[in-house]
Design a protein. Sequence first.
Lengths: 412, 278
Amino acid sequence: MKKLMSTSLVALVSTGFTAQAESINILVEGGGKMLQEAVAEKFTEETGIEVVFTEVPYQGVFDKLSAEIASGSSNFDIATIDVVWNANFAPHVDDLSGLFTDEVRADLPSALVEDAKVDGKMIGMPAWANAEIVFYRKDLWEDPDNQAAFKAEYGYDLAPPATWEQWRDMARFFTKDDMHGTATVGLFSEEWMAHVLQAGSPGVILDDAGNVILDNDAHVEALEFYRAPLCEDNSSPENALEIGWGEAQNLFYQGQTAMMKFWAHAYRLTPEDSKVAGRVGVAPMLAGSAGIAGIPGPWYNVIPSSAENKDAAKQFIAYAVEHNAMGIEAPLGLAATNSAYESYMGKDGYEHFGPLLETLGADATQGRPIHPDYQELVDEAVMPAFQAALECEDNVEELLADAAEIARDILD
Amino acid sequence: MTDAGNRDIGKVLINAFALLLVLSYALPYVYLLMTSLKPAADVQQIPPSFFPDRISLENFGEVLGSATLPSAFANSLITAVLTTLLSLVLAVPAAYVAAQYRRRITVLFLLFALVTRMVPAVSLGVPLFQLLKTLGLLDTTTGLVLAHTSTAVPLALLLMAAFFEGVPRELEEAARMDGCTRFQAFVKVVLPVMKSGIAITALFSFIASWNEFLYALLLTSENSKTAPIVIAEYNSVYGLAWGPMTAAAVLYSLPVIIVTLALQKQIIGGLTFGAVKG
């Protein structure tokens, strides 16, 4: 850690910070303020530079930053943006390659470093990252009757699900007594995308060269698996197309599902009055033929090219990644660096960090395409096919072939 | 069945239909209110329940204890009141002239006001941003009031012009014969007649500013942020805090409801202003 700190300080000096601004303005979404407030206070204490957060709703970050960029000048020295916007803002933000020292790179999951790179430019520094992991009911899994019955029925020990097959078996097993094994999220496709990587696809929707691979075998196989609890096993509520993250989370909290794949931060946010409070166990995301894989959900600190206090902004970003663990005490409890997560490993209440880190650092884990048309690809090509598949009637292969054609048309 | 009996049945049916219509309009708001009264664990209950199993004020407590919402409410109120006043000051005399002294240019003027209502607000966002930035008015109440006024004035102008159409020109002429100047005739004779029209125009201008989201998002940051932005922040990428969000929305709707009730008489008068009496 000392080595990391000293190297970071050298990096700070070598990037040539000159005039000290009195304050810097950061554009953030609500969660972003919460996760960076502590480090900002410490930064102000040490440097005298005040950090002012402007908090806006999620979509407001995109809209406001776009307006600032279009106006040719920015009131914000830093903006904390969702990874899905990296490609859109890449031409309008500074290259932060200088802050990606060897130590910083080594301390970040490689998928987060890759997502920061757009056309060879490091457009932002990860501020925190999230990924889906497996949540299950410890009380059900540790129940001796369930253990014996499961072994008798499926021939192996009841343990947190680690593979696709185990997931389906356990979902079927716990579908009883007014409870479903799990819920299938039909309003968002990220969970399926993680399965696509687990199935060995070189990428999600697009490959590294930007070719559409939405209809490759891994996409098909993953969608068949994703809809199996709903369409074949009846181990998931029928109204998948009405289930988003919030609904899936609530079904689990209300004891209506036995397990879910969900974003890791939720572990510490289990409501005290929920039926599962104190009984939640966590495990890494599932493994397919390519091993464990997840879709990271990182946010990046970027410096708009038209920002006024760029030196101070760089100083803050370097400081924030060096003191990344400070965000963990915030309710969302997320960080980006391995060392930040590792510093909390073994502490009570942070049992999800092990599975999260294992998922983020897995070889097959990688981000969604860093492409300016990503959202259009999802809205126009992916979601119609994905949701049609969840109606359990059409052939997945044909749906994805049609979706791939639409995707190619969008990119032409 | 007598004619009177038929008329009574007809009235009952019309009233029942009207009640049904009102209930269908009110239903989303009632659901919002019911949700705000549910404890956190029941807010996103699946399947959802319309009425709370038990009433809880915890969402209101959270909202009222929030560091940002009270100041955002104050910003919204100041902005909406100033926007309303400025819009009326600009639109009422302009509408009077346009309606009473009809020339080709005044018709064009009203047409132009109508056209400005057709321009999507989003396309004006960046130019307004640049303009206010040049003037040093970004993230100020003054800047936001000017932005809101730019959209409220055309609305107020069109509404008031329609109301002034119903005022006989002879009213001003009679006042002038009694010794009033044109301005005195307008202020002392014409405006008092227009109370209902002004009330309804003021209400629409107030609501337009009170609920406005896009300009408030683009043109304000921390100092003059209004409540719609803060309420929207409850919908974060890490989850939607339905309970506090609905509680904030209920509280935010109260001033408009109170103003509407207070001005009920004038609003009804305004809505029927100019109607032909039998």
